[in-house]
Write a protein of this length. Structure first.
Length: 386
């Protein structure tokens, strides 16, 4: 990284920051229902090497994309020619609006994360850039504020309507821990991941999530309908589906359409599974955790209908392989990644066989990442900043 920087700018970097990607272990499509999620930061990460400049310009090389951009900190506007640079511009713009001191820099950005695979390379890039500006400017946002800032960049500047989970886990993660996060009030707990002799295998289906955005909005609307139905039937004024139990849902069932009932059943049972999973992590019961992951996938496939043939095939094959405690789709669905909890000694055989069988069954080429729970965004190298 330092050598790449020197090759690009003729001097060594003064600062290197890192921000991880993330994978959600359980708690899918619960965030916008005020529910629980349980993500962990992964070993694969975005890295930025930088050297402050005396003017207010950013000269940035995106190594993976082989693209360059120049940004004037006094004219922070959308760049349609270099869309990747908008993640940096967006973060700088938010900091400028909030009145934080910004410094120009020469920078190279690189990553060991696959881009666009659902492991949140975008939030990772935002949190890396933020850490860089904080360190160069000598200020520090509080974690909630930092995550909210990243979310605003994603929602308002990039134009993708996402929740706050990605930025928050990437900002606050602790090595060896997942984060049990209550999306209603952002209260959270770092949960040690103590399954002995296991690893998480993350496998990209190689299928892009093209229909995901419209289907995502459709699911959000269906959950709103379920909330309205249940409030009317039970005479309640709940704000989110989080407020209801499985028992209450059964009371409502005869007066709800089957489709809306099933959507609500996924959300309510997934919340319960996620709460149980956070307890399982503390007790280190990999078998029980695996069963919860399997049940989560089943619910996403049949009740929520967000999986599709590739995700289902990969999960089905994973279940048949030795050493696999459990497997489920992770992320919004309709493509993207599967996460499996696997006995450490079997990881290589598991990954190879899964990739082979998945390719021969679906014709798609997958890709495996082996990950352990990593720390959140931080400074890797800091020289005397000039
Ligand atoms: P995901 O967040 O699931 O990886 P997104 O589509 O939200 O997928 O974000 C991917 C985009 O983020 C890329 O197309 C690129 O614009 C930007 N990006 C992320 N990491 C990098 C990087 N290391 N270098 C340049 N651009 C990056
Ligand atoms: Mg993203």
């Amino acid at each position: 990284m330092a050598a790449d920087f020197e090759a690009a700018f003729g001097k060594p970097p003064e600062l290197i920051v890192r921000a991880p990607g993330r994978v959600n272990l359980i708690g899918e499509h619960t965030d916008y229902n005020g529910g629980f999620v349980l993500p962990m930061a992964i070993s694969q990460a975005t890295f930025i090497a930088a050297r402050p400049r005396l003017d207010r310009r950013l000269h940035v090389s995106a190594v993976l994309l082989q693209r360059w951009a120049t940004v004037d900190l006094d004219r922070l506007e959308h760049n349609s020619e270099e869309p990747w640079a908008n993640y940096l511009i967006g973060v700088a713009r938010e900091l400028e609006i909030a009145g934080h001191p910004l410094r120009g820099a020469d920078m190279i950005v690189t990553s060991s994360l696959p881009l666009g695979a659902g492991l949140s390379s975008s939030a990772s890039l935002e949190m890396a850039v933020l850490k860089l500006f904080e360190t160069m400017g000598g200020f520090e946002l509080d974690d909630d504020e930092a995550a909210q800032l990243g979310r605003r960049v994603e929602n308002d500047f990039i134009g993708v309507s996402t929740g706050i989970m990605d930025q928050l886990i990437i900002r606050v993660a602790r090595e060896g821990h997942a984060l049990f996060l209550d999306c209603q009030d952002l209260s959270r707990e770092h949960v040690p991941l103590s399954f002995p002799r296991t690893a998480f295998v993350i496998m990209d289906t190689g299928v892009k999530r093209e229909v995901a955005a419209s289907k995502y909005n459709e699911r959000v609307a269906q959950c709103r309908q379920a909330l309205q139905d249940m409030n009317a039937i039970l005479g309640r004024t709940a704000q989110t589906l989080r407020a209801f139990t499985a028992k209450e849902l059964e009371v409502c069932r005869p007066s709800m359409s089957d489709l809306i009932y099933r959507r609500a059943r996924h959300v309510i049972t997934e919340n319960a599974r996620t709460q149980t999973a956070s307890g399982m992590m503390k007790s280190g019961d990999a078998t029980a955790m695996g069963m919860l992951m399997n049940a989560s996938h089943e619910s996403l496939a049949t009740d929520y209908e967000v999986t599709g043939p590739s995700l289902d095939a990969m999960v089905r094959i994973a279940h048949t392989l030795e050493g696999c405690f459990g497997a489920r789709m992770t992320g919004g669905g309709f493509g993207g990644c599967v996460v499996s909890l696997v006995e450490a000694a079997k990881v290589a055989a598991f990954s190879n066989t899964l990739l082979e069988r998945y390719a021969s069954e679906t014709g798609n080429i997958g890709d495996a990442l082996i990950s352990t729970p990593s720390a959140g965004a931080g400074v890797v190298l800091k020289g005397a900043i000039s």
